[in-house]
Design a protein around this ligand. Structure first.
Ligand SMILES: NC(=O)C1=CN([C@@H]2O[C@H](COP(=O)(O)OP(=O)(O)OC[C@H]3O[C@@H](n4cnc5c(N)ncnc54)[C@H](O)[C@@H]3O)[C@@H](O)[C@H]2O)C=CC1
Ligand SMILES: CC(=O)C(=O)O
Ligand SMILES: [Mg+2]
Length: 580
């Protein structure tokens, strides 16, 4: 294997790095490069004299320059491109900037701007640090994972997409790799996972996006999305190779389509350490917001009537976790599921065999006869308005990707029967939200308890300012991944997901009107550490932790990578003799 440009010394989580290269090569390795922050002594020692402007700028000054440059970029996409370049030049500076301005920069490296960047991927292409696996070359999988240069103990997380269900914007082909890179950024900025210890992976199985297939610039496989046995065999070959090359890595599945997300999770969850962010991460954050809202009302989960508007990957994941939590309040699973009404594009999920609902939706199928006495707009398709009119739900969750689905009539009807309705338009990016917080506050006269998927600013109504909770799985997956890495969990259990939800909810204390149902993304590092501790503790209780938790708080804290320039050590006595 080629010599590595550097080695992170074990034991101090990135604080000391042994440099194996010399001279200008150092400036091309983002983890080593510190640009104008190299002191004159370091420049002499490393062979960088004359390769940088004379004036030395310490990290604080570089941060100021980078932030100014970020602010001056004219559009969100230009800001994204600037940050992408920065990340590929200087790892520490990029993550320091992101960590210090998380609430401002997160909407650029994550939803909503990431959605635009993904759609422009082939035009704006610049080399990204990821593994591209093509279904037309399944024999290359293992070699491609090894080509990353990482060894069996070097990777904590493989962040994998097949790009079929990117946010709410659907099939984005190979460009979906950028969602894995966005998630990776948050694993580090929020969860403190060492950026070197994660690998984004895109499974390129073709695309059904005709715009991409007809675009000469498109960089992915130019054929329709492969499905069925060949697809399953490819995913399986990937999983086997991943286990062989990175036996300790958690496999994080992101933005798979509805026909595969739950299926793949169920296929592998008892065989390896794996987690579906859209199913389980979303479930944990939404359950946390529901628990916070319900306890603010002085009620229990089991007292609720819950409508899941968008019974897909995320929506059913949320329902499954809420059922588990209701069971812990004393209900049977059947009693708990009877409190849910789920809708898809075909309307209310029922036991009507003609409607062909998916396997993972069936536990929520209502008996058709139950709706016989209902007043409905269109008997052939029982929609959201019909359900609200007849059920009077207390909680309305939107994971449909359908903007405007929570119409004024629906929301007013819901609020007419419930004092404090919980209404969560969770679809991303921003333009796909089922309603805006401003609308929900107005239509409910300030009574709605709201959480959204993408960030929204505060809303003022009749003298009260409402801070809008961002119920995005970003409040959960970074901490979950960190907790799994700390205790080297062999599996991600349902109890670990519930523990993550409870940990997030424990940080919310609703005391004044207008307060957010969830912690702010500004607090993501604290939230992630809290989630990590809870997840690791639960892993130990569930018997899946590979490392004893002697002092979980300290173990989690010690593991969190900090964006500061490391101490540089040299590989042998004469660094000048070492050239890449
Ligand atoms: N806030 C968060 O953390 C997360 C938000 N999401 C968002 O949720 C949305 C859905 O994502 P997935 O579940 O992955 O997609 P999906 O495709 O698996 O599910 C969407 C569901 O919505 C249903 N649907 C479509 N039109 C509908 C209508 N008019 N009425 C009711 N249901 C309708 C579809 O039949 C499908 O069951 C996306 O916009 C995504 O960004 C997803 C994961 C996390
Ligand atoms: C947040 C997220 O994972 C999604 O919208 O798909
Ligand atoms: Mg997602």
């Amino acid at each position: 294997m080629a010599k590595r440009p550097y080695d992170v010394l074990p034991g101090d989580h990135g604080a000391r790095i042994r440099v194996n290269i010399h001279g200008s090569y150092i400036l091309r390795v983002p983890r080593l490069n510190r640009g104008t922050a190299f002191t004159h002594d370091e420049r002499v020692q490393l062979g960088l004299e004359g390769l940088l402007p004379e004036r030395v700028t310490p990290l604080e000054g570089q941060l100021h320059r980078a932030y100014t440059r970020f602010l001056r970029a004219a559009t969100p996409l230009e800001k994204y491109a600037y940050l992408q370049g920065l990340r590929d030049r200087n790892t520490v500076l990029f993550y320091r900037l992101l960590s210090e301005h998380l609430d401002e920069i997160m909407p650029i490296v994550y939803t909503p701007t990431i959605g635009d960047a993904i759609q422009e991927f082939s035009l704006w292409f610049q080399q990204v640090n990821a593994v591209f696996l093509a279904i037309d070359a399944p024999d290359r999988i293992e070699a491609s994972l090894r080509a990353s240069g990482k060894g069996p103990d070097d990777i904590d997380m493989l962040i994998v997409t097949d790009s079929e269900g990117i946010l709410g914007i659907g099939d984005q082909g190979v460009g979906g790799v950028l969602i894995c890179i966005g998630k990776k950024s948050l694993y580090t900025a929020a969860g403190g996972v060492d950026p070197d210890r994660m690998l984004p992976v895109v499974l390129d199985v073709g695309t059904d996006n005709l715009k991409l297939l007809n675009d000469d610039l498109y960089l992915g496989l130019r054929h329709a999305r492969v499905r069925g046995e060949r697809y399953d065999a490819f995913v399986d070959a990937f999983v086997q190779a991943a286990q062989a090359v990175f036996p300790h890595a958690m496999v994080h599945w992101e933005d798979f389509g509805a026909s595969n997300a739950h299926r793949i999770l169920n296929r592998y969850r008892d065989e390896l350490c794996t987690f579906n962010d859209d199913v389980q991460g979303t479930a944990a954050v939404v359950a946390a917001a529901v628990m916070a809202g319900v306890s603010a009302k002085g009620e229990r989960l089991r007292d609720q009537r819950i409508v899941i508007s968008g019974a897909g990957t995320a929506g059913i994941g949320v329902a499954d976790l809420l059922v588990d939590l209701m069971v812990s309040e004393g209900l049977t699973p059947e009693e708990a599921r009877s409190l849910f009404w789920a809708t898809s594009s075909r309307g209310l999920v029922t036991d009507d065999p003609h409607l062909r609902f998916r396997d993972f939706q069936r536990p929520y199928a209502r008996v058709v006869a139950e709706t016989d006495g209902w007043t409905v707009d269109e008997p052939a398709r029982i929609g959201l308005a019909d359900i609200v009119r007849n059920v009077h739900p207390t909680v309305l969750i939107g994971t449909s990707g359908q903007p405007g689905l929570f119409s004024e009539a629906v929301v007013r009807d819901m609020a007419a029967h419930v004092d404090r309705p919980l209404i969560f338009p969770l679809s991303n990016p921003t333009v796909l939200a089922e309603a805006t917080p401003g609308q929900l506050i107005e239509w409910t006269d300030g009574r709605a308890l709201i959480a959204t998927g993408s960030p929204f600013g505060p809303v003022t109504h009749e003298g009260v300012t409402y801070t809008v909770a961002q119920a995005n799985n970003a409040l959960v997956f970074p901490g979950l991944g960190l907790g799994v890495a700390v205790c080297r969990a062999s599996r991600v259990t349902d109890h670990m997901i519930a523990a993550a939800a409870r940990a997030v909810a424990s940080l919310v204390h609703l005391r004044t009107p207008g307060q957010s149902l969830l912690p702010s993304v500004r607090d993501l590092r604290r939230v992630s550490a809290t989630v990590a501790i809870a997840v690791a503790r639960q892993a130990e209780l569930d018997g899946v932790a590979g490392v004893p938790l002697t002092d979980p708080v300290q173990q989690v804290f010690d593991r969190m990578w900090q964006p500061v320039y490391p101490e540089l050590l040299f590989g042998d006595d004469d660094p000048t003799s070492q050239v890449l």
